[in-house]
Design a protein around this ligand. Structure first.
Ligand SMILES: Cc1ncc(COP(=O)(O)O)c(C=O)c1O
Length: 500
């Protein structure tokens, strides 16, 4: 049994609060002048009447508590993380070293231009690399996440329509295979979403776009490759139809990792697209940030890009805000600069051929899993996929009433992070698997073995799967209750000695 089990997480250690013993300390600091009796600088009303009820523990106990907590996390540095749509690829440590160089990490965001020429040069070059990789002419690095990039890109389209037609139009076409953030972005901008049902092949059909498109529709927002892990093969024809009615084409390019070095959305009729640096360009993911979602555009949208723009004047870089058509700022300063340094390092490290190989390996790994897993699982579109593959629980459900959730929890007991579950929503009980290019064949084989083992267990002991996971410290949670009645704060048990 690997990772989770061998990390010893099955043993429940006493919590730090349970170890507390009155008078035990982890440090002994000299009494400060302000806290000495009779020498109090704080007003009487602000003083505590009772000492706070912190756990009282020795230094080794405090250290063990925090180290143990850090080991209870499952991350990309501890194991395979096939979370579809999230692209949990390995984050190279060289990126971290470069981002921590003092010339980058210690910069003050308000330092004058003349002091930050190196940083501005990296920023300017990264914009150009991303434009070259995607086939667009201009880029903003300001947005802080993929969804923020979507918002920025669609705000550019809105501003363009306002400027050229005097009104933003009211609706936007969104295929049912788009990422969930797309309709949310549109709602934030005041657009109504018109959902397009994808075809039996899992892609958008030009005839459906033609039937839906009119002069009140601002354009289409397509995720490509889409959330079924399929390439939208009709994108050029779709773009021609949308453009003929004066609309614009937005591409959710968060899955660009599948196309690297092979295809450029900017060459396919797309007008604007965002990238997720924390997916395609190996920067770390963070809950709600700090990510980066640069937006790439063609010339006609460039005048609307957020300010300040970094421009090159001879050999000097300048921050320029005098742009009359700009939508303004979307993020403080220049965005999450540390992420830009990491993505720049990744691009320079891999180079043209390396990036292409990364894209190819991501697609190869997903197809390897597709073919292997099809032996025991239902694959929704069993044809060549891009960077991810979508399965369902159909076979296990029919044979043993085992659901997607049970399969995911069974994987935890076998030492793997589960794939994305119940997404995309256009597929019933989906299991969305994205291996990424950074996993070896041996790891993929172990994953397939675990999936086969789950299928076998579903036939002999379905109850064990229905109550999984059994090995980690935390078992199956009541997820609905956890959301509706979250317990966000630890409160001490009242004891006669507490507070003395
Ligand atoms: C296809 C797609 N679009 C948009 C997003 C949203 O990106 P973020 O979570 O950075 O806001 C994601 C996130 O993984 C995605 O996979």
């Amino acid at each position: 049994m690997s990772s989770i089990a061998t990390q010893g997480l099955q043993f429940r250690e006493p919590l730090i609060f349970e170890r507390s013993s009155p008078g035990r300390v982890a440090s002994s600091l000299p009494r400060s002048a302000t806290t000495a009796p009779g020498n109090v600088a704080l007003p009487e009303g602000l003083l505590r009447k009772k000492a706070p009820r912190w756990p009282e523990v020795s230094e080794p106990e405090a250290v063990r508590h925090f180290i143990r907590l850090s080991q209870q996390n499952y991350g990309i540095d501890t194991g395979f993380f096939p979370l579809g749509s999230c692209t949990m690829k390995y984050n190279p440590k060289i990126n971290e070293d470069v981002a921590r160089m003092e010339g980058f990490a210690d910069l003050h965001p308000m330092a004058p231009e003349s002091w930050i020429q190196g940083a501005l040069s990296l920023y300017w070059e990264l914009e150009r690399y991303l434009a070259e990789i995607t086939g667009f002419s201009a880029v903003t690095l300001q947005p802080a996440a993929g969804a923020h990039g979507e918002y920025t890109g669609m705000a550019l389209i809105r501003a363009y329509l306002m400027h050229t037609e005097g009104k933003p139009r009211t609706k936007v076409l969104v295929p049912d295979t788009a990422h969930g953030t797309n309709p949310a972005t549109l709602a934030m901008l005041g657009y109504e979403t018109v959902t397009l049902k994808s075809s039996d092949r899992g892609v958008v059909l030009p005839e459906d776009v033609l039937a839906a498109m009119n002069e009140d529709i601002a354009g289409i927002m397509m995720t490509n490759p889409n959330t079924l892990g399929l390439f939208e093969e009709n994108v050029k024809e779709v773009a021609d139809i949308v453009h003929a009615k004066g609309g614009l084409v937005y591409c959710d390019g968060a899955n660009m990792n599948a196309l690297l070095g092979r295809a450029r959305p900017g060459d396919m009729g797309v007008d604007a697209m965002h990238l997720n640096l924390h997916k395609t360009f190996s920067t770390p993911h963070g809950g709600g940030g700090p990510g980066s979602g640069p937006v790439c555009v063609h010339d006609r949208l460039a005048p609307y890009l957020p300010i300040p723009r970094v421009e090159k004047d001879g050999s000097t870089f300048r921050l320029v805000s005098d742009k009359p058509l700009t939508i303004g700022r979307v993020k403080a300063y220049l965005g999450n600069f540390g992420m830009h340094v990491r993505a720049y390092t990744y691009i320079r490290e891999l180079g043209r051929e390396g990036l292409k190989l990364a894209g190819e390996m991501a697609v190869l790994n997903a197809n390897y899993l597709r073919v292997k897993l099809a032996e025991r699982y239902h694959v929704v579109h069993d044809r060549a996929c891009m960077h991810e593959v979508v399965l369902t629980d159909k076979l296990q459900k029919k044979a043993a009433d085992i659901e997607t959730r049970d399969i995911a929890k069974g994987l935890i007991d076998r030492g793997f992070h589960p794939p994305t579950t119940y997404f995309p929503i256009c597929v019933q009980n989906a299991l969305m698997i994205e291996p990424t290019e950074t996993e070896s064949k041996e790891t993929l084989d172990r994953f397939v073995e675990a999936m086969f083992d789950i299928d076998a267990e579903s036939k002999v002991d379905p109850q064990r799967l229905k109550t999984a996971p059994h090995l980690p410290l935390v078992g199956r949670l009541d997820e609905t209750r956890a959301v509706r009645k979250p317990i966000l704060r630890w409160r001490p048990v009242e004891t006669p000695t507490a507070g003395q």
